[in-house]
Each structure stands twice: as structure tokens, then as C-alpha cells.
Design a protein around this ligand. Structure first.
Ligand code: HEC
Length: 103
């Protein structure tokens, strides 16, 4: 009994420390940088220079990871590059976009 309790403690301890160190929450990155134009559900369509922000429900499935990264870091048409997304936030953000806006 004692030993199994100890092992469980070690496992839980490890999982906890890993999370707090490296995990970047893609949903938070989206909330901070994209919601203002695309909305929480991706279909807000805020106009920028007369162009509505793309509906991400249809736009995201049509783009590769590389294309998504390019849209975010370089901009696309009326959407300017999003400067607030750090390099290490890009992958978690794209992972979140894939989950939130699947095909
Ligand atoms: C200031 C408003 C604004 C913000 C902030 C913004 N976008 Fe956009 N986004 C737009 C507009 C406008 C378009 C349409 C561009 C066009 O077609 O000219 C667009 C288009 C897109 C597209 C479609 C591109 C394509 O090639 O079809 C994707 C994907 C996208 N945005 C993702 C994001 C993500 C992810 C973020 C956050 C990191 C973000 N956007 C932040 C306004 C914004």
C-alpha cells in the first residue's frame, strides 16, 4: 500500500511540473490576438478596410499548417501580420485552430 501511494505521488508530481513549465494554451493565444476580429466562434467577420474577417470555420480547414503560420506572421490581404503571437506560441495556436475549426 505504502509503495503504491508513493508511486502515485511521484507520477502526479511529475505531470504537474511539466504542465506549468512548457504548456502554452493555444486558446489563450487566440483569445488575446484573434477574437477581436474573428470572434470566439470564428464567424464574427469584423471589417478591416472594407473586407470582412474570414470565417475561420471555412477558412482554417482549407489551409495547411504552413499557410496558417504565414497568415498569422505575415498577414493576408486586409489582415495585417499579428505581432502579438510569439514564435513559441505559433504551434499551440495552430493546434487550437485545428481543434476548434475541424474540417
Ligand atoms: C484586425 C483584425 C484581425 C485580427 C486581429 C486577426 N485577423 Fe485574421 N483576418 C482578418 C481579415 C480582415 C481577414 C480577411 C483578409 C482578406 O481576405 O483580405 C482575415 C483572414 C484570416 C484568415 C484566412 C486567410 C486566407 O488565406 O483565407 C485566417 C486563417 C485568419 N485570418 C486567422 C487569424 C488568426 C489565427 C488570428 C490571430 C492570431 C487573426 N486572424 C487575427 C482580420 C483579422
Amino acid at each position: 500500500m505504502r509503495i503504491s501511494t508513493l508511486l502515485l505521488g511521484i507520477l502526479v508530481g511529475c505531470a504537474g511540473s511539466e504542465d506549468s513549465d512548457v504548456a502554452i494554451d493555444g486558446a489563450t493565444v487566440y483569445d488575446d490576438n484573434c477574437v477581436v476580429c474573428h470572434g470566439a466562434d470564428g464567424d464574427q467577420g469584423t471589417e478591416v478596410n472594407g473586407t470582412a474577417a474570414a470565417d475561420l470555420n471555412t477558412a482554417v480547414p482549407g489551409l495547411s499548417d504552413e499557410e496558417l503560420a504565414a497568415v498569422i506572421t505575415d498577414g493576408e490581404g486586409s489582415m495585417s501580420a499579428v505581432a502579438g503571437v510569439a514564435d513559441n506560441e505559433l504551434d499551440p495556436l495552430i493546434e487550437f485552430l485545428r481543434e476548434k475549426f475541424p474540417e
